[in-house]
Design a protein around this ligand. Structure first.
Ligand code: DGY
Length: 321
């Protein structure tokens, strides 16, 4: 029996690639060359499915150019804002993602960002590494602690809840806004805010966990930042385009906001250069899911979705527009 033919756009962990080759006629990217739109279309010829990542922009134009043989796009990510799911559906192409398996790793990075931002990690590390640390000083390099602070969670989904549970262990008080109020079991005592203005007003630290959608893009802007308390901290592990960079940089530079911890950016990896000049911006290069355990689990989940689909079963993680 012929095995389904899949194009894997990026190099994946070796165990994942081994399983891909065992179950599929898999075209791998051993050199991890960043594919272009043209190369994806060219390499998709004769394939039945694509295994893509967040670096592949699978928009309507690219979907229209794919060969008719492509029946499924499985993304190695929980987010699927890089795929035009409606355009895929219109061509009868299924789209799947990898929820759950990166929840813990991403929540850990959210806590790292909170700590790094609150405790001046950027300027302190630079002071030490550049030989400017002259002595311990009672008033030197003071930050603020998480304990006793109000954490506002924008989007209390899986990752938001995992972040909240870790933040509770730090003694934080949890507030949240989601499109709908959650059940008491899922809220676990978190205080619901019916709108973002109310949530922002109650957030010493605001952690962004909503998906990037037309409704959330640019949601952190001059107007909404004004609702945060003076000196508040913003943390983002979700998507860069939820933030208006100019507004956030201005608020950080002026001291209106105390700090930011950012793992995701508009136009990655070419982030707004203004962030690099800010000592109160603690920046990471999109590390949310970057552990071997998690990247293996994401790869296996992406393959399971393909395997189920080609067996004729509904994939576990079908997404809809
Ligand atoms: C995702 O899965 O959406 C992350 O951004 C990459 O792990």
């Amino acid at each position: 029996m012929t095995r389904p033919r899949i194009l894997v756009t990026r190099k994946l962990p070796s165990d994942v690639e081994a399983r891909a080759s065992a179950h599929f006629d898999a075209s791998l990217n051993g050199g991890d060359t960043l594919p272009t739109r043209e190369s994806i279309v060219a390499d998709a010829q004769g394939k039945d499915g694509l295994l893509v990542t967040v670096t592949d922009r699978i928009d309507a134009e690219l979907i229209a150019a794919l060969p008719a043989s492509i029946r499924i796009i499985s993304t190695f990510s929980v987010g699927y804002d890089h795929i035009d799911v409606a355009a895929a559906a219109a061509r009868g192409i299924a789209v799947t993602n990898t929820p759950d398996v990166l929840t813990d790793a991403t929540a850990e990075i959210a806590l790292l960002l909170m700590l790094g931002a609150a405790r001046n990690a950027t300027s302190s590390i630079a002071t030490l590494r550049e030989g400017r640390w002259k002595n311990w000083a009672p008033t030197g390099m003071l930050g603020t602690e998480l304990s006793g602070k109000r954490l506002g969670i924008l989007g209390l989904g899986r990752i938001g809840r995992a972040t909240a549970s870790r933040a509770r262990a730090f003694g934080m008080e949890i507030h949240y806004h989601s499109r709908q109020r959650l059940s008491p079991e899922l809220e676990e005592g978190a205080c619901y805010h019916a709108d973002t203005a109310s949530l922002f007003g109650a957030s010493d630290i605001l952690s962004i966990h909503c998906a990037s959608t037309p409704q959330t893009r640019g949601l952190i802007n001059r107007e909404t930042i004004a609702n945060l308390p003076e000196g508040a901290i913003i943390v983002n592990t979700a998507r860069g385009d939820i933030v208006d960079d100019d507004a956030l940089i201005e608020a950080l530079a002026s001291g209106r906001l105390g700090a930011a911890g950012l793992d995701v950016f508009n136009n990655e990896p070419n982030l707004h250069p203004g962030y690099l000049n800010l000592s109160n911006a603690f920046l990471l290069p999109h590390l949310g899911s970057a552990t071997l355990e998690t990247r293996n689990a994401m790869g296996f989940r992406a393959l399971e979705n393909l395997e189920a689909f080609f067996r004729g079963n509904p994939p576990r993680d079908l997404v809809s527009a």
